[in-house]
Ligand binder design. Structure first.
Ligand SMILES: [Zn+2]
Length: 648
């Protein structure tokens, strides 16, 4: 844990312009600086740095934040890593906070588990290469399948004896605690005894980025056993299967060098590709691809090629994978292997050169892949054809970058013989729906909320309260200290001033409303705390917040489009408008938030009424109906208020 004062020192030293300029050439433009965004491809600069606010913001891809956020994003570092990086750069000594007992316990537990999994890895490897049973069963299996000794060694492949407690017993003898045997899932407790989870299996250790053994995949060799062919370590303090990909430790260097990552399904596929001299390969081991896994790969490259064997499960999995990759703004290619082959079998059938050549020549983009896959059956059937187009459009819509989307729309238009404008229309429609649903993504430039009253009309009820929550936090951060109204007390002649912050905090606290989005909720309660003391936290409090989610969202909200971007320069007038119209905008936004909340509640009650009527619970229905009516009345009052307020 890095001491708070140290973080302050780092933030003071790491001036945003200085930090960014090391990677991005910047040109002065008014009070800000402008450059080409390092996070997406662009020809016209939309990446803006505001020295006065200490933030950067790209109006192309939406990325934004303070200098720590920049380093995290650019150097693929975690928050503490980025702080340490900047501390080194600015010669600041890191003072780490003393760990609490709980921290230490947690850390000790993790460490004990990692020590144990490392030990297990060594034991299993020893079994495979040096024990009779391991050699005759395990090693023979790999030899028969044509795997080389050096490959098995490189991946620390091992073998777990068939005797049901062989490993557990040995580990306890060697001084390892039963507690951690259970916690890592290496052993299973049954009544008073402990047994091996993986007995009679060849073992594939799953390594972290830095090579620590986090867990194992084990393959059973006897075909007569009524048990799953593959078994994985259960989730634990150290192993989260959705966050790691198999082979990343052995692949990371090659992925960076090749600027591409091959994605396969199984452990042995990874091994096979290594034997074919393709080392930039990982597998999503034991789970279908997840967002976190894609992000892990993204730390090393923007390009993923999915290799898949043509069985139905494989196709389904790869289709799901495609959208996940696209959504991260990465490029995805697909290689379909010849009929009946998987990466393992095919790489053994042909020589390395032929295999590499096949991969290069047969990679297709996802539109062609989907079209080829489905067009033959869809060609003559207009309904199926429409579904196929919709399917492709859905994939295009998740791509965050405008330029890439444009390219794919062109491609789809040619392939499917649909006019481009029709596709644009569909894609935009989907994106609009999505931008409301999606809580974590920054909006792209075309999705930036149109300033002023517009959000009130745009938000659909299905959207929940994300947009109105966001708008409330934005108003607080930007205008919290501005005057909302002044009142003169006739008796003593004193003036009371209500600020925007007073008004908003009071409205929300007195109605006992809460924020659904955790980051907004945290900003609000932090802000409310200050307001309660008659203070204003100031925007730097949030921009420099220790929680990188808070700092980056605050930077995003404070990055005035009109102030930072040349795109908006012509709309300079909007600044005055918003400041001048705060008296309208603020209560409107609060009302909108309330009506969103009520709508959600009403929906919930409707569902409950439905359930109650199924259960014939008349009493409950009446109570619920009453509640519903009260809410409806409140809502119509708000709507009327809102309607009265919207000045067109
Ligand atoms: Zn960008």
């Amino acid at each position: 844990m890095i001491e708070h004062t140290t973080i302050e020192k780092i933030l003071d030293a790491a001036q945003i312009v200085d930090v960014v300029q090391e990677f991005v050439p910047l040109k002065k433009r008014g009070v800000n600086l402008l450059g080409l965004c390092p996070f997406h491809n662009e020809k016209t600069p939309s990446f803006t740095v505001s020295p006065s606010k200490g933030i950067f913001k790209c109006f192309g891809c939406g990325k934004g934040g303070n200098s720590v956020n920049f380093i995290m994003e650019h150097e693929h570092l975690s928050y503490p890593e980025a702080l340490k990086y900047l501390a080194r750069k600015y010669h600041i000594e890191i003072e780490e906070r003393e760990l609490t007992r709980e921290d230490i316990e947690k850390q000790n537990e993790r460490e004990s588990m990692l020590v144990l999994t490392a030990y297990a890895g060594r034991q299993f490897k020893e079994n495979l290469f040096n024990a009779d049973e391991g050699i005759s069963i395990g090693l023979t299996y790999f030899k028969e399948r044509g795997f080389r000794h050096d490959t098995l060694n490189k991946f620390d492949i091992g073998y777990s004896f068939e005797r049901r407690d062989a490993f557990s017993k040995k580990a306890v003898e060697d001084g390892y605690k039963q507690e951690f045997l259970i916690k890592t899932g290496l052993s299973i407790q049954h009544e008073e005894k402990i047994f091996d989870r993986f007995s009679g299996r060849v073992m594939f250790p799953i390594h972290s980025l830095s090579g620590q053994v986090l867990g194992f995949g084990g393959r059973i060799l006897r075909s007569d056993q009524k048990t799953a062919k593959y078994l994985n370590s259960p989730e634990s303090e150290i192993y989260h299967k959705s966050k790691i990909v198999y082979g990343i430790f052995q692949a990371r260097k090659a992925i960076t060098q090749d600027d591409r990552c091959y994605l396969v399904e199984g452990y042995t596929d990874v091994l096979s590709l290594h034997e074919a001299d393709i080392e930039n390969v990982v597998a999503s081991s034991g789970t279908s691809l997840t967002q976190e896994q894609v992000r892990l790969i993204k730390r090393f490259t923007q390009n993923i090629t999915i290799l898949y064997d043509g069985d139905e499960a494989g196709i389904k999995a790869s289709i799901r994978g495609i959208d996940l990759v696209l959504e991260e703004g990465m490029n995805v290619k697909i290689v379909l292997l010849p009929d009946g082959e998987d990466p393992d079998s095919y790489s053994k059938k042909v020589n390395n050169e032929e295999f590499t050549k096949y991969l290069k020549e047969n990679e297709t983009d996802f539109i062609r892949f989907k079209t080829q896959l489905l067009l033959s059956e869809a060609k003559s059937d207009p309904v199926k054809r429409a579904n196929l187009i919709r399917d492709i459009v859905k994939s295009i819509a998740v791509i965050p970058e405008t330029i890439t989307r444009t390219v794919y729309i062109k491609e789809c238009s040619t392939q499917m013989e649909v006019p481009e404008p029709v596709l644009y229309n569909e894609v935009n429609k989907l994106r609009q729906q999505k931008s409301f649903q999606d809580r974590n993504k920054y909006p792209g430039p075309e999705d930036l909320p149109v300033p002023r009253i517009a959000p009130v009309k745009q938000v659909t009820h299905e959207a929940g309260t994300f947009y109105s929550e966001r708008e409330i936090i934005r108003l607080l951060l930007k205008y919290g200290s501005e005057v909302y109204e002044r009142k003169l007390n006739r008796e003593d002649g004193k003036e009371t001033v209500t600020t925007i912050a007073d008004y908003i905090v009071n409205e929300i606290v007195s109605d006992e409303l809460t924020f659904d989005n955790s980051v907004f909720s945290e900003i609000f309660s932090d802000y409310g705390f200050y307001v309660g003391q008659g203070l204003f936290p100031g925007d730097q409090h949030f921009v420099r917040h220790q929680d990188p989610d808070i700092s980056s969202i605050s930077a995003d909200l404070l990055a005035d489009s009109h102030e930072l971007s040349n795109i908006w320069r012509t709309k300079q007038t909007y600044v005055e408008t918003e400041v001048m119209k705060l008296k309208e905008i603020v209560p409107e936004t609060v009302l909108k938030f309330k009506s969103d909340k009520i709508n959600i509640l009403r929906k919930k009650i409707l569902r409950q009424i439905d359930e109650a009527s199924k259960a014939n619970d008349t009493e409950k229905i009446i109570t619920l109906q009453k509640k519903y009516n009260t809410l409806s009345k409140a809502l119509s009052k708000i709507s009327k208020n809102l309607g009265d307020r919207i000045v067109l």
